[in-house]
Ligand binder design. Structure first.
Ligand code: AMP
Ligand code: MG
Length: 406
């Protein structure tokens, strides 16, 4: 099913944004170095710039002594090249003068400052050409590829882009998302409980998951189970956003309003993708807009989000990697499944004996919230597998890095 969703999604045209707004966005045009990095040969330590050839044969018992022809602070350029048999004091990051090919750190040499006389430096060892010099282009040559398109830009990537002189970056736009939570039984977070009612936990979860995967949530509304109100809400959501998502009301209950509003959702189809948790779902793509009818149970919503929504929104933005990172794990206990259906087991992970060991994070009930909060990963039990024995290997989608207290 993920294949069908992805086939319906095309990357949106890119936009240019300032560097400081590009973190976490999809890089849409490969970055090529317009100049070498570093741009010039420079000292990696405070010391003396020399010609290695002038120090050949130097030793503690027979040091070479060179006159000091000047001082080069960082950001300045030596007024002339280094003459044969000369040294120049140089600071870290300063441009190495022409004809010098090495830098000796202060701690390796002896500074001689005779009163009234010119400064000299005593060198007690030979020097290798290139020693303590960061060569121009050693980090990146001019014209070399710095970053490939499709990357999720990190602060480190943006540091590299900044050093290459690009104040703006071409990235995937952020999809606008509109959320509609349905159910006469749902309460807002601040409302007191009453018999028959639950607080709406899916609306905040989805809004945050959407923001986390790059979307901008333009509306998040809760409505009851009146089909007319839901249909109007779906139309408004599709008008205002690139992706509209409903929560609940998509199953076969007597009052399930989303199932009754598929026409309003641009003719979305009802699906029963064979996954647990996660059934049923609705999906539609029309006029460049996406519609997801998500189930109501929190565990199901979270799973459908990971398997269908996140990959679709990441493709829309132009990311090369669509899924969460995944790990190979081993099962601490047996995990039963059913053939013909993919199970996603909310699990905690522990690193032991060179492997990640996964154990179910509580009872796998789609309506329960605590397994979802505690889980580090979703262990995937493929369709054709009926049971994973203790010690068996499986793949797991990483939801969070293990380490926090439960
Ligand atoms: P439904 O498909 O609408 O029957 O919903 C299935 C189950 O999920 C029901 O127990 C609902 O109360 C619950 N549910 C639906 N929407 C939400 C929500 N936004 N937050 C928490 N639980 C929900
Ligand atoms: Mg409902």
């Amino acid at each position: 099913m993920q294949v069908r969703v992805l086939a319906a999604v095309a990357p949106a045209p890119p936009e240019r944004v300032p560097l400081m707004e590009a973190r976490g966005r999809a890089l849409r045009r490969a970055v090529v170095a317009p100049h070498p990095l570093p741009p010039f040969d420079n000292a990696s330590m405070d010391g003396y710039a020399v010609r290695a050839a002038d120090c050949a044969g130097a030793s503690a018992s027979a040091p070479v002594t060179l006159p000091v022809a000047g001082v080069i602070p960082a950001g300045r350029v030596a007024p002339r090249a280094l003459g044969p048999g000369e040294a120049m004091r140089i600071m870290t990051g300063a441009m190495v003068p022409g004809d010098a090919d090495a830098v000796l750190p202060f701690e390796d040499v002896e500074r001689l400052e005779p009163p009234g006389g010119p400064e000299r430096v005593r060198i007690p060892r030979p020097v290798k050409p290139g020693e303590n010099v960061r060569a121009a282009g050693a980090d990146l040559a001019a014209g070399a590829g710095a970053l490939a398109a499709g990357r999720e830009l990190s602060a480190h990537d943006l540091a590299l882009i900044a050093s290459l002189g690009f104040p703006e970056v071409e990235v995937g736009p952020r999809p606008r998302a509109a959320l509609l939570s349905t159910g006469d039984e749902l309460l807002g977070v601040g409302e007191p409980l009453r018999p028959g009612a639950f607080r709406d936990s899916n609306l905040p979860m989805l809004a945050l998951l959407l923001e986390e995967c790059g979307a901008r949530v333009v509306s998040a509304t809760r409505v009851g189970d009146d089909p007319g109100t839901v249909a109007a809400g779906v139309r408004a959501a599709l008008a205002a956003a690139d992706v509209a998502l409903t929560i609940g009301g998509v199953s076969a209950g007597d009052f399930d309003p989303v199932r009754l509003s598929l026409e309003a959702a641009g003719g979305a189809e009802l699906w029963r993708v064979a996954m647990k948790p996660g059934r049923p779902q609705a999906f539609g793509a029309r006029g460049g807009k996406l519609f997801f009818g998500l189930p109501g149970n929190p565990g199901s919503v979270a799973c459908v989000f990971e398997t269908l929504v996140r990959p679709a929104l990441r493709k829309w933005q132009g990311f090369a990697a669509l899924d969460r990172p995944s790990l190979e794990v081993r099962c601490r206990v047996a995990i039963a499944s059913r053939s013909g259906r993919t199970d996603f087991v909310r699990a905690t992970l522990e690193w032991r004996g060179g492997a990640w060991w996964a154990a179910p994070a509580g009872e796998q009930v789609s309506g329960h919230l605590t397994p979802q909060a505690r889980a580090h990963a979703l262990v995937i039990v493929p369709e054709e597998v009926e049971r994973l024995e203790p010690g068996a290997s499986a793949r797991a989608l990483l939801l969070r890095w293990p380490g926090d207290p439960a």
